[in-house]
Ligand binder design. Structure first.
Ligand SMILES: Nc1ncnc2c1ncn2[C@@H]1O[C@H](COP(=O)(O)OP(=O)(O)OP(=O)(O)O)[C@@H](O)[C@H]1O
Ligand SMILES: [Mg+2]
Length: 305
């Protein structure tokens, strides 16, 4: 594996955003999205990269865009650096295998979340609603009627759509379907819900047959003219919860497929007794290696070689 890409420096175009993992440049009517080797945990970007992770995630996202293109068109134009503008050719080493040029869309400011399993903020909100209505046999979770006896990480009777606002700073806020419908219009809200669940269900059943549970995931959509398209990245471990199916048990918080070693190490005393409120410590080599192996394994399982 060649050197890690921690941060990119493409001075020919304005930097639009530097997220936790990706750098996005503005090419006018298109965007250049680069997946770096940065890794985040507990909402912090760690000081140590996972060399090659960006390539794996870029290629995984590309695979999924293609896999669901019968459901909805997407923003991908090309991932071949040879097809990029001439001015970008000199940056080949920062771009190769880890970038894509996409159509710039008018983004719809909603995170379209699909959940097949009850965990994370979905579980937390479900528990709070259940505590408020202890005698009720049904819970209304953001407009979805669920039985009131579900346990942590339990598979839902059928996948649900739980939209969230995209917040400029801080955490996204879960909203009900009706609040979303007020924001974007009922017809579009229904369309997004339908597409979100269709993509999730197709990907989830594919992955589950191969031993990976996609517990939940989020999509972003936008418009090019009046055509609705899928944007951002999809179905990567950064935008989804991946669990190993072989150790899954209802009632327990399953380990994350990819970041399990990183999280465990950061939470152990060897992790420098990190308090999660200050910059995190660097990762030791063996944790970097084991984590990279997990990304490779996820890639091989889902995409094949
Ligand atoms: N085709 C597109 N058209 C317009 N905007 C897009 C498109 N694809 C992705 N985006 C936007 O580009 C940005 C990508 O940034 P990125 O997700 O890397 O960082 P972030 O969302 O700021 O932070 P985080 O790392 O927490 O996700 C997002 O705001 C996303 O909505
Ligand atoms: Mg993002």
């Amino acid at each position: 594996m060649t050197g890690a890409v921690i941060s990119t420096d493409i001075n020919d175009y304005p930097l639009l955003t530097r997220g936790k993992v990706r750098d996005v440049y503005d090419l006018g009517d298109r965007l250049l999205i680069i997946a770096t080797d940065r890794i985040s945990a507990f909402d912090w970007v760690l000081p140590t990269p996972i060399p090659g992770k960006g390539k794996i995630l870029n290629s995984m996202s590309h695979f999924w865009f293609d896999f669901v293109k019968d459901i909805v068109p997407n923003h991908v134009l090309t991932t071949r650096v040879g097809d990029y503008p001439v001015s970008l050719q000199k940056h080949k080493s920062q771009l190769d295998g880890r970038s894509m040029i996409v159509l710039k869309a008018r983004r719809i400011d909603i995170e379209c979340v699909a959940r097949g399993y009850l965990v994370g903020s979905g579980y937390k909100d479900y528990r709070e609603l259940a505590a408020k209505n202890p005698d009720s046999r049904e819970i209304d979770l953001y407009g979805n009627r669920l039985p009131s006896n579900l346990r942590l990480a339990e598979r839902l009777p059928s996948p649900i759509f739980t939209p969230a606002t995209k917040e400029e700073s801080g955490h996204d806020r879960n909203i009900s379907f009706s609040e979303m419908a007020q924001n974007v219009g009922r017809e579009l809200a229904e369309r997004l819900s339908r597409i979100t669940l269709a993509i999730y269900s197709k990907a989830e059943s594919y992955a589950r047959k191969r031993g990976i549970i996609i517990a939940d995931t989020k999509f972003e959509f936008g418009f090019i003219g009046d055509e609705l398209i899928l944007i951002d990245e999809i179905l990567s471990p950064d935008s989804s919860r991946f669990w190993p199916a072989d150790t899954y048990v209802v009632g327990k918080n399953p380990p994350s497929f990819d970041k399990q070693f990183v999280r465990d190490w950061l939470e152990s005393s060897s992790g420098g007794a990190w308090d999660k409120n200050s910059p995190p410590p660097p990762l030791p080599d063996d944790i970097v290696q084991k984590t990279l192996d997990k990304y490779r394994q996820a890639y091989e399982i889902l995409v094949g070689r």
